[in-house]
Ligand binder design. Structure first.
Ligand code: AMP
Length: 417
């Protein structure tokens, strides 16, 4: 019997995983500069958290969740996104007691039962940030600028920012009415999903996978914004302009759920067929309250790692250079082979990237292995030398050779920084 990975998942093997590590290191580095601290929440949560926190009318919750009953007969779900768990932890751990804005980030796997294709997986990974506790437009702009900067730091070109406002709840009530008036005459011809969204969540109809192109002349939510919402939006745009972040307005970019407020945005890039969204986010002033916390505003984004890495590959962004091995210890003779074990331990303790043979191979094969591993030095240890307390070091690039005291090996091969 042979086993295969589950459909829609990936093995990230050495050679590829370095790209992921670079993504993660870039994310962590920027989070540090922008003041975001890491949070790690469980990979599964009570199903109800996502029903409330993502919304029962979304495709994610209604069709795509990995839900199971545990042995205690509780309904559990593998997290399909990061925000609900972060907000749950924020409430449960009373992080809202912090007088400053709470800035959190996460990197990790998410699970959605979707039809796999390029850029769409069942286990995929997101890097996300959430800023909780401020309703100021300046933080909306900062979150968007952070995302924009992140793609740039990774070396991606041509990432577009699409921006919209879904306003406050009053603005959305007004918009809902005008959107329903627009959609009503075509209701019979819409797909089944959209027909059922018409009452529950009409704004979601605008991003219907099959019919979206038919709504080009739908009313714009921006025309329904009340004074407060329009002022918030204007200020977000001013801040973006001051930072020199290019954006375009997409008034169809809506999030239908009540706890989404004001700013909504997406990051887009070409390259993976019909899929062009590589990240997205928005303000969620009602979410903390929705899942049982105090009335605290929030805003964040989630960036899909697989899609970003795919596009980086297509754009030919250079892979990070692998660090060479500092030294490969070639042991000749039984005594030397034994001695190599504590020698390697000591070298690594000194911060040296060291390797040796583990297959009792002859010297020639050991030197080949040193070449394959791109070692800078080979350190050749014979039983006689060992008795004299010496070792031969050979610079593998220029062939220079020297005999040095064994206890100086670490300092000798360590890269000069
Ligand atoms: P969402 O939480 O749906 O707004 O998704 C945020 C980002 O996660 C998207 O922009 C994608 O980059 C990524 N994403 C969402 N679903 C998937 C998936 N099934 N496979 C890979 N990436 C995904």
């Amino acid at each position: 019997m042979s086993f295969q990975k589950p459909k829609g998942t990936q093995d990230l093997l050495p050679g590829v995983v370095e790209k992921w590590q670079r993504f993660e290191a870039t994310a962590r580095g920027l989070c540090d500069r922008y003041g975001y601290k890491e949070i790690r929440t469980p990979l599964f949560e009570q199903t109800e958290l996502f029903q409330r926190g993502v919304g029962e009318t979304t495709d994610v919750v209604s069709k795509e969740m990995y839900t199971f009953e545990d042995k205690g007969k509780r309904s559990m779900t593998l997290r399909p996104e990061g925000t609900a768990g972060v907000v749950r932890a924020y409430v449960e751990n009373k992080l809202y007691g912090d007088p400053d804005v709470t800035k959190l980030y996460y990197i990790g796997p998410m699970f959605r039962y979707e039809q796999p294709q390029a850029g769409r997986y069942r286990q995929f990974h997101q890097f996300g940030i959430e800023a909780l506790g401020s309703a100021e437009p300046s933080i909306d702009a900062e979150v968007i600028a952070f995302g924009y900067r992140f793609y740039r730091e990774l070396g991606l070109q041509g990432v577009r920012v699409e921006l919209n406002s879904v306003g406050n709840p009053d603005s959305r009530v007004a918009y809902r009415g005008s959107l329903q008036n627009y959609l009503r005459p075509m209701l019979d011809t819409l797909c089944k999903d959209c027909q059922s969204r018409f009452e529950k969540n009409p704004m979601r109809i605008l991003d219907c996978k099959t019919d979206a192109h038919r709504f080009d002349d739908a009313p714009s939510i921006l025309d329904s914004l009340d004074e407060e919402s329009a002022a918030h939006f204007a200020e977000v745009k001013q801040h973006l302009e001051a930072m020199g972040i290019p954006y375009s307005i997409n008034s169809k970019l809506v999030r239908g759920l009540d706890y989404y407020t004001h700013t909504a945005f997406e990051f887009k890039a070409d390259g993976i067929g019909a899929i062009d969204t590589i990240g997205g986010g928005g303000r969620f002033n009602g979410l903390v309250g929705q899942i049982g916390g105090p009335d605290q505003p929030g805003i964040g984004f989630a960036i899909g790692m697989e899609r970003v890495l795919l596009i980086m590959e297509q754009q030919g962004v250079a892979d990070p250079a692998a660090l060479p091995l500092d030294v490969y210890v070639v042991a000749m003779g039984e005594q030397a082979a034994k001695y190599a074990v504590p020698l390697l331990y000591k070298l690594r303790e000194q911060g040296v990237r060291a390797e040796k043979d583990y297959l009792s191979r002859k010297m020639k094969a050991q030197l080949k292995s040193a070449d394959r591993l791109k070692a800078r030095y080979a350190a050749i240890l014979g039983d006689d030398e060992l008795n004299r307390g010496e070792i031969t070091v050979k610079h593998l690039e220029n062939g220079e050779q020297a005999s040095i005291p064994i206890d100086q090996l670490g300092d000798y091969v360590k890269p000069q920084s």
